[in-house]
Design a protein around this ligand. Structure first.
Ligand code: C5P
Length: 319
């Protein structure tokens, strides 16, 4: 009988995040161009020892930011295990261990990644035999970014981000991620985006604003592996990320981080998702290493990491 399953799952960057107006259900319609990048969490699901089985999932976390990760049922990975167990009528007895390398609350979908990985790991451990479509449905119930963490690669996300169309990418593309001290709350950043839109007089609701659309130039640059074209598309209109102004408004120091990366030779700089991680596009692996070194020396971030994308989504490691 299988005693433990480990699943590796990547972080994401939104190469574009076009945010429509606030919907009556509290979400925003998106056109989100997701790219999975090679920064990984590892989630291990293990059968608890006989007699020690708790009522629900038990969670432990390791890694440099482990102290910031909740280990109770507010953790999305624990909720994922409970949801799968409830749907398939099995007891949610599992020890989940998260080996965390994706920045916490950084706008790189770390919590969503752990949820997708927990679903895949528990499905294998319990032998529930969920189909890919069943897993994707459960992912969408757990959060807007969770389905993409399952599939990885690159995809256009519509709806609130959960309705995915895979995208062909001629990459790899090389990125540097500047990790900030402390996270930003995703709902707070969306609220700030709404507030800035109200203040600018454009209105903030889905009834007042046009539907968000992906940039054809950006999709074409991704498809053809055109790094210079992607850099232009990332910078078009100020930023391809409609949440960037809100993240910078809540964390003004991010303006200095973005500037430090472009000063260091990055081809383009954007806030990753709802931030505060900043993402810098580099010409190649060598240029990315140089930008990372300059960012570390600039003192405008806690840490700078190099990663390329696209990479595969949640994948069980050979056990
Ligand atoms: O789906 P998820 O749980 O990740 O969303 C967290 C919060 O982010 C939502 O409660 C909402 O405030 C905001 N959000 C949004 N529109 C989206 C996705 C998230 O307003 N498309």
């Amino acid at each position: 009988m299988t005693r433990s399953v480990t699943v590796r799952v990547p972080a994401k960057v939104n190469v574009q995040l076009a945010v429509g107006g606030l919907r009556p259900d509290g979400f925003h319609d998106l056109a989100s161009v997701f790219l999975a990048v090679g920064l990984y969490d590892r989630v291990t699901a293990a059968t608890p020892p006989p007699g020690a089985a708790p009522a629900g999932p038990r969670l432990t976390v390791s890694g440099p930011d482990a102290a910031q990760v909740p280990v109770d049922r507010t953790n999305l990975a624990a909720r994922a295990a409970e949801l799968l167990a409830a749907r398939y009528g099995v007891a949610p007895a599992v020890h989940l261990h998260i080996d965390k390398d994706i920045p916490v609350a950084g706008g790189m979908a770390g919590g969503s990644a752990d949820a997708a990985a927990a679903l895949v790991a528990c499905d294998a451990l319990w032998g529930t035999g969920a189909s890919r479509d069943d897993l994707l449905g459960l992912c969408a119930e757990l959060g807007s970014d969770v389905p993409f963490s399952l599939v990885g690669g690159a995809a256009l996300g519509r709806g609130r981000g959960e309705l995915l169309t895979p995208l062909a990418v001629g990459g790899p593309f090389f990125w540097v991620f500047a990790v900030a001290d402390g996270g930003l709350s995703t709902p707070a950043v969306y609220r700030e985006c709404d507030r800035l839109r109200e203040a600018a007089g454009t209105g903030a609701t889905a009834a007042e604003l046009p539907a968000p659309e992906p940039s054809p130039a950006l999709l074409e640059a991704l498809r053809t592996g055109d790094v210079a074209g992607l850099a232009v598309a990332l910078a078009a209109g100020g930023s391809s990320n409609d949440l960037q102004a809100a993240a910078v408004s809540l964390r003004p120091s991010l303006a200095g981080t973005l500037r430090a990366g472009t000063d260091a030779g990055a081809l383009a700089a954007i806030v990753s998702g709802s931030g505060p991680t900043c993402a810098f596009l580099a010409k190649d692996a060598q240029a990315a290493a140089e930008v990372a070194a300059a960012l570390r020396a600039s003192g405008t971030c806690r840490e700078a990491r190099v990663a390329a994308g696209p990479v595969d989504g949640a994948t069980a490691l050979p056990g």
